[in-house]
Write a protein that binds this ligand. Structure first.
Ligand SMILES: Nc1nc2c(ncn2[C@@H]2O[C@H](COP(=O)(O)OP(=O)(O)OP(=O)(O)O)[C@@H](O)[C@H]2O)c(=O)[nH]1
Ligand SMILES: [Mg+2]
Length: 571
């Protein structure tokens, strides 16, 4: 068991605030050459809702990487250092701290297993550690000892292998950009940290900056006799120039001499080389000021849960023998987030409707208007929280769900109106029913009185507000149920001659038919309203979708243009 694995168990990190981890934790374990995401660390990432700036450090083993990362964390100890020649850090370790300069952002420090340890035998793992550090970070620190000589360049062969290890797209494009040309759009900024750099930075007697030194070192070699070797020597230089548009170099003095080097963690700044202390301060200041939030294709800003999703997708792909693909990782991310966006939109719709809707509504339009406003807001929320919704799968799901909800509300509205109207009719007509029971209308002239009374009560019924969409239908049904009584009163009325009774029966029938046709007309009107509403919903979705797609396409075009511009600049 490695020392760091012991620490992982021993000091199980508990978060005291969103991004305060008392110490680092293993994020990607490397157990016998198998990479595995650590669930505890993933849980910590889930809780970080702020955008993350991810700094990863990579380089040969035993070159002071962990020590430098502790400096970025502002701590003396943290990432565990080894004091022997044995390689120490295993896998990829993570430490999330509040960003020292940018409030509202979290700094995620990734310390990686040293490359090139001869004890490991093959370098497969090294290549994957290198690739993962590139894929996960927004600023990538390559750490090496001494000057940038050919040996240092050769050690950077990992960068030349990235084209075989990383894909940007799931299916290569037919356009003028190769897959690796697009690395530039998504790759982190590049920082080369030169440790124990003791030479003076001068060319032809003139002082040069570390950045100029790096630029000079990346110039291609020309004019040798061995063209094959020349190509080989130039490849890492070309790759760095091609993949990383933004480069920076820092040279550090040896921090201390002799045995002190083994006890750096316990030394105060006064005990360290003063130039080194200054150089570390400069390095930290650059990292804090110039590092960007990790951003994915399409301008998607990464926060903790998104970083977690990237870790899972990449590690799973690598463990199952596949090549990590940036586009697929973004798609995997979009699946989870778009599903959540649908939920969020629905929750908002439900909240709005429950707060504002009072059933029964006076008219169907009143309900439909409220639905439309809430639906518009829900779609907006979905658009704000979703991305790369290929073929609008999730938008369609949302639309279907909202449509079903609208149908449910329409049904509920009908029921509420029927219930209210029935109760109202019961209330209004019960004295009349009582009189009928008492035989008040079964007498000569009783029929006219009865009809008069009904007309009166109908008026009372019509006057009551908010009866809703079923007002007519419920009344008609109610009156229909009273037809037998009406008929019996008519037949017993001695004051009317047979002819008058016949006419009256016809009149009542005509009145009922008129009411029925009115109701039919109303139903037709309601159907038309619902159809129109569907059309409006569709138009609203399309409007918001077009706006979003235009924005996404502009972003893509910009990324593409940047890649082409960089390609032209490098060659
Ligand atoms: N010479 C030298 N030693 C350093 C420097 N920084 C740290 N060290 C010492 O080098 C040893 C290894 O430091 P680490 O930070 O563990 O190195 P690492 O690159 O993380 O090592 P691995 O995890 O094995 O890859 C420790 O004893 C450190 O005190 C430096 O700038 N120069
Ligand atoms: Mg280390």
């Amino acid at each position: 068991m490695s020392i760091n694995t012991k620490i992982d168990r021993g000091q199980a990190c508990t978060m005291t605030s969103e991004d305060h981890m008392p110490g680092p934790m293993c994020l990607i374990e490397n157990v016998k050459g198998q990479l595995r995401a650590n669930q505890g660390a993933l849980r910590i990432l889930s809780a970080i809702k702020r955008p993350v700036v991810v700094v990863a450090i990579v380089g040969l083993y035993r070159t002071g990487k962990s020590y430098l990362m502790n400096k970025l964390a502002g701590k003396k100890t943290g990432f565990s250092l080894g004091s022997t020649v044995q390689s120490h850090t295993k896998g990829i370790w993570m430490w999330c701290v509040p960003h020292p300069q940018k409030t509202g952002q979290t700094l995620v420090l990734l310390d990686t297993e040293g490359l090139g340890d001869v004890e490991k035998g093959d370098n497969q793992n090294d290549c994957w550690i290198f690739a993962l550090a590139i894929l996960l970070s927004s600023i990538f620190v390559y750490n090496s000892m001494g000057t940038i000589n050919q040996q240092a360049m050769d050690q950077l062969h990992y960068v030349t292998e990235l084209t075989d290890r990383i894909r940007t797209r799931s299916s290569p494009d037919q356009d003028d950009l190769e897959d690796s040309d697009e690395f530039v759009s998504f790759f982190p900024d590049f920082v080369w940290a030169l440790r124990d750099f003791s030479l003076e930075l001068k060319v032809n007697g003139k002082p040069i900056s570390a950045d100029e030194y790096l630029e000079n070192s990346l110039k291609l070699i020309h004019g040798t006799n061995d063209k094959e070797r020349e190509k080989e020597l130039n490849l890492p230089r070309l790759c760095i120039r091609k993949f990383f548009p933004k480069k920076k170099c820092f040279a550090f003095e040896r921090p201390a001499q002799g045995k002190k080097l083994g006890q750096l963690e316990s030394l105060q700044d006064e005990d360290l080389d003063s130039d080194f202390v200054e150089q570390v301060a400069e390095f930290c200041s650059y990292m804090f000021n110039c590092s960007k939030v990790k951003t994915l294709s399409g301008g998607i800003k990464v926060n903790g849960p998104r970083l977690k999703s990237l870790v899972i997708t990449y590690v799973n792909t690598i463990s199952s023998g596949g090549l990590p693909c940036m586009e697929n990782a973004v798609l995997a991310l979009s699946q989870t987030e778009n599903a959540a966006a649908v939920q969020k939109a629905i929750a908002h719709y439900d909240k709005q409707m429950n707060q504002k809707l009072q059933l029964p509504t006076e008219t169907l339009q009143e309900l439909l208007d409220l639905h439309r406003t809430s639906e518009k807001e829900a779609i907006k929320i979905f658009m704000e929280n979703s991305f790369k919704d290929v073929k609008q799968v999730f938008l369609t799901e949302l639309a279907t769900k909202l449509e079903r909800k609208q149908e449910e509300f329409v049904k509920k509205n009908v029921q509420a109106s029927s219930d209210r109207c029935s109760a109202l009719l019961q209330d209004i007509f019960s004295p009349l029913e009582e009189d009928v029971k008492q035989g008040v209308y079964y007498k000569s002239g009783g029929y006219r009185l009865f009809i008069q009374k009904i007309q009166e009560l109908k008026k009372t019924y019509y006057k009551v507000p908010r009866k809703g969409v079923q007002a007519e239908e419920t009344l008609q049904k109610f009156l229909e149920s009273k037809e037998d009584v009406t008929d019996a009163i008519l037949q017993t009325d001695q004051a009317l001659i047979e002819k008058e009774k016949e006419i009256e029966v016809e009149r009542v029938k005509a009145e009922a038919a008129e009411m029925a046709s009115k109701i039919l007309e109303e139903m037709q009107q309601k159907n038309d309203q619902l159809m129109k509403e569907k059309e409006k919903s569709y138009q609203e979705r399309m409007k918001q979708l077009t706006e979003k797609m235009e924005k996404e396409q502009a972003q893509m075009r910009e990324e593409h243009q940047r890649a082409i511009a960089h390609k032209l600049q490098v060659f």
